[in-house]
Structures are given as structure tokens and as C-alpha cells.
Design a protein around this ligand. Structure first.
Ligand code: BG6
Length: 484
């Protein structure tokens, strides 16, 4: 598997390509990591040619690369790898032209990255096949969301599978490419200290928070029809959950890891209209202030005024029915326009059966706090003696930092860099298998159906807060609180 690969991006002038893919490719090129990558062919309906595309890419990269990463000399060689092909997803002639361009490059491998509307994925794959540009060295990357429910997801998967084998299909969830998500596998399965305790006998509850301070950012057309449950929980949050909860895999091979994640998804208890009432909260942001700036509410934005059935926040209590996790609630929450951007997994250990110490042990519980962003840190919250001469032993919290501080910036890669590289190299470990995505949809659909049936109201929250009060109540009724 050492042939050269041409990468073809459908939706090549779109938001994802501009903000994430091209900056990631630039960085891989700069660090000489993408040695198998030959050309990058962006496609789209825009009436532009390669020169104009290169010009656009040049200014976009300067805007979207992390500060200090733009490099004129690197650009001069990177630009030579960029091409543009005008392709309207439904026009067979355009695929013929693309075939001509691919032939000129003589790279045997082809990686098709689909970042368009998911409803076009099946059609694009068939057009590629009809144009004769799918061979045994071809594979496809599918961006999320894969449909909007189980039925539409199945349909997309079925259409794509008529052209690409499962081994050549890479369903991306960029949360799996985040460094700390992979570090979680190392921490869980590399440390005899944690492994035996990673279960209901020792763990009281698990919390997963994916908080964003941004709003819908002009993606209203898509987001307004989708909402937070489908946009974030069905994929990112459930993928993180499945890595937190999975059994030790037989090996680190993709099939073994994905088998174990799959078992977790299958063990999630579906919601019913009755259980959804107690265990879910939907919210939508009103006006407020985020990071000191006044912002409008979702329904005050001109484009979203009619979208009063869209939630921008979800909090859930999920139950995993298996031996390891019976009795351990998984509290999940995600939302837009919250007070700050951070993603975190918190493992709260059980309280001691009896405390010898005078100060309240209720708030002082061992926790493992795994921060995915903006920082990538893992810390273990422990307790030791409060120093001094005061009478009686008192406890104080002490955080053990498990983060490798020596890691310098150059060793830190964006999730898309890692995932693009893995897809180019054919490594499926960090991509979702067909049955995983479909099982995640089955569970998500149970919530959507429950909401429809019981008419779950959307609660309001002010922008710049941590969500509706009902989310605090969801966990408080169990005598617990969100870790802030
Ligand atoms: C995307 C969602 O998948 O993830 C967006 O569609 C969200 O709504 C984004 O903003 C968050 O990604 P990250 O890496 O910034 O946490």
C-alpha cells in the first residue's frame, strides 16, 4: 500500500473544506507527513478555474490557519498540488472531465472526500463509478451527518455500499481524531491503576460536556432542520461515550476496537415517552452576552424566526445496560452560546462509605477530569491533608496532572490532520463503521420519537449561561451536580 493518492474533495469550496480540510492539508504538507498524497482536487459548482481557486485558498489559509502557521515558502510548493474541477453533483459530463484530470495525474489511488449535503452522497458515488474512476485503490470519506434518522442513514449507506466496500468507506467523526480521545484509550488500557476500577463498583457517575460559545454561525439552513441532538449527540457525544465505556478490546486493530464500541451503543437503553420526560432536557438560547459581547437569541436571527422546534441545547441521562455500567448514570450535555467553549469527560468515583474527616466529604470526591478542548489535559482529583497546625485532620483537594507538559506545539495536530492522514493510509480505526452509525441513530431516534409523542417543550436559556435550569434539575434530582 504505498501507491500515490489523489484526494478529491466534493464541496471543495464549502465551509468545512475552507476552515478545516485545506488548513489540515497545508500542515501535513509542511510537515512532510503526506508523502503518499499526490494532488488535492477541490470540486464544486463555482465558475472558477484552478488559478482562481489557488488564489482563494491562499487568502483563506491565511485566515483559517492557526496564528503563526502561515508560511509563504510552504505555500509556494503547496499551491502546486491544488487543482479545481467544476462538478455539478448530478451532471455526468462533469465527471467525465474529472476523469480526464485524474488520468493526467497518474496516481493509482483515489480518495473521494464527500463534504456536500449527505443526500447527494449516493448519487456522487454512482456517478464516480459510471465515469470509471473507482478502482481497487479507491476509497471514500463521508462527512457527518449521515442522514437525519436511521432510515435516511441506512439509505445513504446502502447506496454508497453499491460502489465502495465497507473497508474502503471512512465515516468521519472528527472527535475521534482529537488527541485526548485517543489518550483515553491509553490511560484506560495502559494503566493497571485505572483498569480494575473502571466500573460500577468504583464509579458513581460519568459526565460528558461539549459546550460551545458560538451560535449557529450562518449554518441555519442545515442546523435549523437538525438541532443539537442530531448535530452533536448522535455522533460526537456517543462516540466519546463509547470509548469511555467500552470493554478492553482484543487488540488495537480497527475491527476489535469498533466491535467493543458497538457493544456499548447496543447496550444503551432506548428512551420511551415516559423516560424521556425525566431524562432529557431540550433548550434554545435567547439573547444574552457571551464573553462580554451582546448576542441575539436564536429565534431573533432573521433566518431562524420560524424554527421554533429546533433545540440548540440537550442534556440527557443515559443508561448503559451491561454488567460494567449497570447503575451508573451517564449525564451528557451539549449546547451552543454557552458561557465558554470546552469539552470534558468527568469520571466521578464513589464516596467513601464513612468519612473520618471533619470537613464535608460530599464535595470532595475523587474525579478523573479529561479535557478534550480547548486544552488537552487529564487530571486526577485526589485528597490529602490540609497543611498546618489546626486541630484535627482536614482534607484538601489536590490535582495530579497527568498531562505531558513536554509536548510542544509542533507535536500537536488538529483532528482533521490525523484523520486525513489515516484515510490516505487506509487506517479505519478512528472512523465509524456502518453498524455503529446506524445503532447510534436507532437510539437517537428513540429520543426524537419520545419528544414528538410527549410534546417535550423547549426550555429557554440566556446566551452566556450553561443552559436551562432544567438541566441542573435533571442531575440534582439524583443528588448530584454538574462538575464546573
Ligand atoms: C460539528 C457540528 O460536527 O462540530 C458543529 O456540526 C460544531 O455544530 C462542531 O460546532 C464542533 O466541533 P469542535 O471540534 O469545534 O468542537
Amino acid at each position: 500500500m504505498s501507491h500515490m493518492v489523489d484526494l478529491v474533495i466534493f464541496g471543495g469550496t464549502g465551509d468545512l473544506s475552507t476552515r478545516k480540510l485545506l488548513p489540515a492539508l497545508f500542515q501535513l504538507h509542511r510537515d512532510k507527513l503526506a508523502d503518499r498524497l499526490h494532488r488535492i482536487i477541490a470540486t464544486g459548482r463555482a465558475a472558477i478555474d484552478t488559478d482562481a481557486f489557488r488564489e482563494q485558498a491562499c487568502s483563506n489559509l491565511q485566515e483559517f490557519l492557526p496564528d503563526g502557521d502561515w508560511d509563504e515558502a510552504v505555500w509556494q510548493t503547496f499551491r502546486e498540488r491544488l487543482f479545481f474541477a467544476r462538478v455539478d453533483a448530478g451532471r455526468a459530463e462533469d465527471y467525465q472531465a474529472l476523469a480526464g484530470l485524474l488520468d493526467e495525474g497518474e496516481a493509482p489511488g483515489r480518495l473521494y472526500y464527500l463534504a456536500t449535503l449527505p443526500s447527494l452522497y449516493g448519487g456522487i458515488c454512482h456517478q464516480l463509478s459510471d465515469a470509471g474512476v473507482v478502482n481497487q485503490h479507491s476509497s471514500v470519506v463521508l462527512e457527518k451527518p449521515l442522514g437525519h434518522d436511521l432510515a435516511s442513514c441506512r439509505e445513504i449507506n446502502a447506496q454508497v455500499s453499491e460502489v465502495f466496500e465497507e473497508e474502503a468507506t471512512f465515516r468521519i467523526d472528527h472527535y475521534l481524531g482529537k488527541e485526548t480521545v485517543q489518550n483515553l484509550i491509553a490511560v484506560r488500557f495502559g494503566n493497571p491503576l485505572f483498569s480494575p476500577q473502571w466500573r460500577n463498583t468504583f464509579i458513581d457517575n460519568v459526565q460528558i460536556t461539549v459546550a460551545e460559545d458560538i451560535g449557529v454561525e450562518g449554518r441555519g439552513g442545515y442546523y435549523a432542520k437538525i438541532g443539537a441532538l442530531r448535530d452533536m449527540v448522535q455522533n460526537h457525544v456517543l462516540q466519546v461515550l463509547s470509548i469511555v465505556a467500552m470493554e478492553p478490546p482484543a487488540s488495537l486493530r480497527p475491527a476489535d476496537i469498533r466491535d467493543e464500541k458497538m457493544k456499548v451503543l447496543r447496550a444503551l437503553e432506548p428512551m420511551t415517552p415516559a423516560s424521556a420526560k425525566e431524562n432529557t432536557v431540550r433548550g434554545r438560547y435567547d439573547a444574552g452576552a457571551v464573553n462580554g459581547t451582546a448576542v441575539k437569541g436564536f429565534l431573533e436571527e432573521a433566518e431562524y424566526q420560524d424554527e421554533d422546534s429546533t433545540e440548540t441545547y440537550v442534556a440527557l441521562k443515559a443508561t448503559i445496560n451491561n454488567w460494567r455500567w449497570a447503575g451508573v448514570p451517564f449525564y451528557l450535555r451539549t449546547g451552543k452560546r454557552l458561557s465558554r467553549r470546552y469539552s470534558e469527560i468527568v469520571i466521578e468515583y464513589k464516596k467513601l462509605p464513612f468519612s473520618l474527616f471533619a470537613n464535608d466529604p460530599n464535595e470532595l470526591i475523587n474525579k478523573l477530569v479529561i479535557r478534550l478542548q480547548p486544552e488537552e489535559t487529564i487530571s486526577l482529583h485526589t485528597l490529602n491533608k490540609k497543611p498546618g497546625l489546626t486541630r484535627g485532620l482536614r482534607l484538601q483537594p489536590v490535582e495530579l496532572n497527568l498531562t505531558d507538559e513536554s509536548q510542544n506545539k509542533n507535536e500537536k495536530y488538529d483532528a482533521y490532520e490525523r484523520l486525513l492522514l489515516d484515510a490516505i493510509n487506509g487506517d479505519q480505526t478512528l472512523f465509524m463503521r456502518r453498524d455503529e452509525v446506524e445503532t447510534a441513530w436507532r437510539w437517537t431516534d428513540s429520543i426524537i420519537a419520545a419528544w414528538e409523542e410527549n410534546g417535550t417543550a423547549i426550555k429557554h436559556y440566556n446566551s452566556g449561561t450553561m443552559g436551562p435550569n432544567a438541566a441542573t434539575a435533571l442531575i440534582a434530582v439524583d443528588g448530584r451536580s454538574w462538575y464546573e
